[in-house]
Design a binder for this molecule. Structure first.
Ligand code: 5GP
Ligand code: MG
Length: 444
């Protein structure tokens, strides 16, 4: 996972890219970067950390120009290192070209091997650099022709932003695994992983880039070019489950609305269950719990105080600090919990380690009974398309039965949502389907 954002034709391009990346921060906290186009010279700044740690006013003043692309990284392929921070900027026979990538290329190693045998020297260990090396070897007249020739050689998931002097190109893989939306702000075009960043930057969403489509932003205009037929529209359903911000629109539905409905469907599936309160694991579990509460008539309560300064995953440098991870992020509100039977909702269960700590902390705070309800089905298979689900062995639902998982996390009951309910609440139908491989183990 990662976030990408680009904007054209704006005297504040790099500042608006900063606003966009800041809004997409939930998609990755490892590194951030912006490349701006200053009258044909591409200026570059990347760093490790959060957007507001990497950029300040002085840096943004240096990143002059009327267009910019930016990236925030959540490491999946390639190690956590500054050389893997994006956008990548290379000089080659194509001239200066920058790329920002969200997704995971499943044939990057093979492509890299053969490119290296032919003399390519890679700057990073991330898979994203492969496309630039391909593009430098198999060129067309314009960058869009070059990309149309080379993108079909890539397998896996991608939403790309490319920049050369005077031009930004966005491209989405033929399955549409990863999101990419086009927006407009006055005369400026915006490309973003999520609609929330377009809105916050003061723009309006136009439409998604279709699978196998690219958009060329040049000379104040947007042109569209198909580089591959739509294989099958299988967007990643984990955007709705966990990744996307609730105010973003995905597949024609606001994520908040989809999650609320998922919560209600979960309540329908569990209508035999009695409890004193229903609560969500903040932040991602909260909306599901509200939908559950409305449908079940079980009152919603906030069981945890969430500390908002820890980020999505607190850094765990040593044993002493590691012990505080759970308490630092989520502190139970004793009065709400004591003596209660609680339906606790989380978006997903991956390794089970977070849930185990959360259940233990509720029990310590005096909860009578914890009924854990997960707003998605068991994750039994890894993601090869960019979601950071660990290898098969670490996925608890791949190893243990539901009852054994329940015991491991220390809950009194454990329930999962059905796949049918999840897909229907996300607005799935025959032409707008979802990739659900992590739940089924079936890959396209
Ligand atoms: P577990 O209890 O299985 O260890 O972790 C489940 C928690 O991880 C859930 O609260 C869910 O919100 C969160 N989660 C799900 N997917 C991801 C992801 O890709 N990255 C991170 N950092 N957290 C995730
Ligand atoms: Mg969570």
């Amino acid at each position: 996972m990662c976030g990408i954002f680009g904007i054209t034709d704006n005297s504040d391009a790099s500042k608006l890219a900063y606003v966009g990346l800041f809004t997409l921060q939930h998609r990755g906290q490892e590194s951030a970067g912006i490349v701006s186009d200053s009258g044909g010279i591409l200026l570059h700044h990347v760093g490790m950390g959060l957007v507001n740690e990497v950029f300040n006013n002085d840096v943004l003043e240096i990143l002059k120009g009327r267009s910019a692309i930016g990236h925030i990284r959540y490491s999946t392929t390639g190690s956590s290192h500054i050389k893997n921070a994006q956008p990548l900027l290379l000089n080659s026979c194509l001239g200066a070209v920058a790329v920002a990538h969200n997704g995971n290329l499943t044939n990057a190693d093979q492509l890299k091997d053969s490119l290296q045998k032919n003399g390519a020297i890679f700057q990073s260990s991330s898979d994203s650099e492969v496309i630039l090396h391909l593009a430098a070897r198999y060129r067309g007249r314009r960058l869009e022709d070059t990309l149309a020739k080379n993108l079909p050689k890539l397998a896996g998931a991608y939403a790309f932003l490319f920049m050369t002097p005077g031009k930004i190109i966005g491209a989405r893989d033929p399955y549409g695994y990863r999101p990419l939306v086009l927006g407009k702000k006055g005369r400026s075009f915006i490309l973003s992983s999520e609609t929330c960043a377009i809105e916050v930057a003061g723009g309006k969403t136009i439409r998604e880039i279709e699978p196998g489509e690219m958009v060329i932003l040049e000379g104040g205009k947007a042109r569209f070019k198909r580089f591959a037929p739509v294989k099958q529209f299988t967007r990643c359903i984990f955007e709705q489950v966990y990744f996307a911000r609730p105010d973003s629109e995905v597949a024609g539905r606001t994520v908040q609305t989809a999650r609320y409905e998922i919560g209600a469907l979960l309540a329908k599936e569990l209508k035999h269950i009695k409890a004193d309160i229903v609560s969500g694991v903040p932040d991602s579990g909260t909306v599901y719990a509200l939908g559950f509460s409305e449908e079940s008539w079980i009152p919603y309560q906030t069981a945890f105080m969430r500390n908002h300064y820890t980020g999505r995953s607190f850094i765990q440098p040593d044993q002493c600090l590691r012990e505080f991870t759970a308490q630092l992020k989520l502190a139970p509100i004793r009065d709400v919990i004591k003596g209660k039977t609680i339906i606790l909702i989380d978006d997903s269960l991956v390794r089970g380690t977070t849930s185990r700590k959360i259940v233990a902390s509720l029990k310590r705070a005096g909860a009578k009974k914890i009924i854990m309800a997960i707003a998605s089905p068991p994750i039994i298979s890894p993601c090869y398309f960019g979601i950071d689900t660990p290898n098969r062995e670490e996925l608890i639902a791949n190893k243990l039965s539901i009852d054994k998982i329940r015991r491991f996390i220390g809950a009194d009951e454990l329930h999962y949502l059905s796949l049918e309910s999840l897909v229907s609440a996300c607005g799935g139908h025959k032409d707008r389907n979802f990739c659900v491989s992590c739940f089924t183990g079936k890959y396209f």
